[in-house]
Design a binder for this molecule. Structure first.
Ligand SMILES: [Fe+2]
Ligand SMILES: [Fe+2]
Length: 463
């Protein structure tokens, strides 16, 4: 899970801004709606009171006018008092004020709940709104106010029923404050709940990921995703399981094939070794040696390879290739090979050819055993001092396998009985081999062989 953000966080990052934007927009629209609704209500409230006052004032004047007493100054004073008295009764809040202006638009009277006297203390600034009847806003002693103005023609008055903007919009501010609190709570809830709501979507993907990781680490193809939800991730899980099923099946088939191939290879190798041994026997049937001589040459050579710490594969090559050392004798005429008397120089030269014949016979074989057998056939009569045949090679120019077979072949001949000789004693054989160290045989190999002489003697005895 390293190196990337993960679907969980990608989803959260994708969902969160969307939800928060929706909440903020909803709140904003609610507040705006509430604000216009409240403004309308407050407006109506002011308008209602203002209307009442206007109706009352005109009805008072209508009564006097009906009686034809509009010129009576005393009655005018009564009407004024009556209007002021009614005005006071309309005041309910400390923030409400009723202003009376004369025809010159000078403030002549100010009524509030507290100061219902006639003193004019306020410093009104009506310049902005003017004296147009209807809704107006203005400032009084630095305070923002709103109100509804109407003209009262009988007395040449302008009457303004007003309230403080502060009070007027206080309800709206409360709504805004509450909205903000709800908004913050909603955002906090979203922050907490979104990761929770994303969890079920992610869980199945995480199941898949865990299964894939498990399979990679433990190479266990029998693993399956357990939870299969009824959605696209479920489809993915089903395909994943089917893929594993197929992989497991082909793995079983592959294993079966591999086992069959292994068996076939082992059988072929066994046949090859058997054929090798039979091949080496061809030369021997015409010679005085027995099959056991060849078997022992293989065993001794293998053991020398082991003492030299050669790889197991090379020890195996020595075991099977060394018995082929005299295969070339099939090319030597019986008259020479089986001659009971000493060979003439010419006959001996022909006899020596068994080395090259063996090499020619085997050198191009596809089998490594046979090719190495050819090398051994060619080099097992070379001598360390260079006096051997066929090439007169010297020292380490002689192939190692040839140097090995050279010692063990002589050793086996010394300890074995022949029609013309008794076997040498072990001590004598030891002596004769030691005497040839550095002359006939590789000195290091001779030392190694003699250091383990007893083992080789036992191998001769037991085989
Ligand atoms: Fe030989
Ligand atoms: Fe031999």
């Amino acid at each position: 899970m390293k190196g990337f953000l993960g679907i969980r966080y990608s989803l959260i990052l994708m969902l969160l801004p969307l939800i928060v934007i929706i909440i903020i927009l909803t709140s904003l629209f609610s507040v705006l709606e509430a604000r216009s609704a409240m403004t309308l209500l407050a407006n109506r409230h002011l308008a209602y009171k203002s209307e009442e006052l206007r109706d009352f004032a005109y009805s008072e004047w209508e009564t006097i006018r009906t009686l034809g007493l509009e010129e009576n100054e005393e009655l005018k004073g009564i009407v004024e008092e009556s209007i002021l008295s009614f005005s006071r009764s309309l005041l309910r809040e400390r923030s409400e004020s009723i202003y009376f202006f004369d025809s010159e638009k000078n403030l002549i009277l100010e009524l509030t709940l507290e100061s219902s006297g006639s003193e004019v203390s306020s410093n009104l600034d009506m310049t902005a709104a003017g004296f147009n009847p209807g809704w107006t806003s203005f400032s009084s002693d630095g305070e923002e106010r709103v109100g509804i103005l109407f003209e009262y023609t009988p007395l040449d008055w302008y009457i303004l029923f007003s309230d403080m903007s502060e009070t007027f919009f206080s309800e709206i501010r409360n709504i805004q404050k509450n909205s903000l609190i709800i908004l913050l709570i909603a955002i906090a809830a979203v922050l907490i709940l979104t990761p929770q709501s994303v969890k079920p979507i992610i869980r199945h993907v995480e199941d898949l990921s865990a299964a894939a990781l498990d399979i990679t680490e433990n190479l266990d193809l029998s693993r399956r995703v357990e939870r299969i939800p009824n959605d696209e991730t479920g489809l993915l899980a089903e395909r994943f399981n089917s893929m594993l099923e197929a992989l497991q099946q082909s793995n079983v088939e592959l294993e079966e094939k591999r086992r069959e191939e292994q068996e076939a290879r082992e059988a072929a190798e066994a046949q090859e070794r058997e054929a090798l041994f039979l091949l080496s026997r061809i030369s021997d049937i015409r010679d005085e040696n027995t099959g056991n001589h060849l078997k022992r040459i293989g065993l001794y050579s293998q053991h020398v390879g082991k003492l030299l710490n050669l790889p197991a594969e090379e020890q195996d090559v020595l075991l099977h290739a060394a018995p082929l050392h005299d295969i070339g004798k099939i090319g030597v005429p019986d008259a020479i090979l089986l001659k009971p008397a000493r060979l003439s120089d010419e006959e001996y030269a022909q006899m020596k050819l068994h080395t090259s014949i063996g090499f020619e016979l085997l050198k191009s074989s596809r089998s490594r055993f046979l090719r190495e057998g050819g090398v051994i056939a060619q080099s097992h009569h070379e001598r360390w001092d260079g006096s051997g045949y066929p090439a007169g090679l010297k020292g380490e120019d002689i192939p190692l396998y040839g140097r090995i077979v050279s010692i063990v072949d002589v050793f086996d001949a010394l300890l074995s009985e022949r029609p013309y000789k008794k076997p040498f004693t072990r001590d004598k054989a030891y002596e004769l081999i030691e005497a040839q160290k550095g002359i006939h045989f590789d000195p290091a190999l001779t030392e190694l062989f003699l250091a383990n002489f007893k083992i080789f003697c036992e191998m001769h005895r037991d085989n």
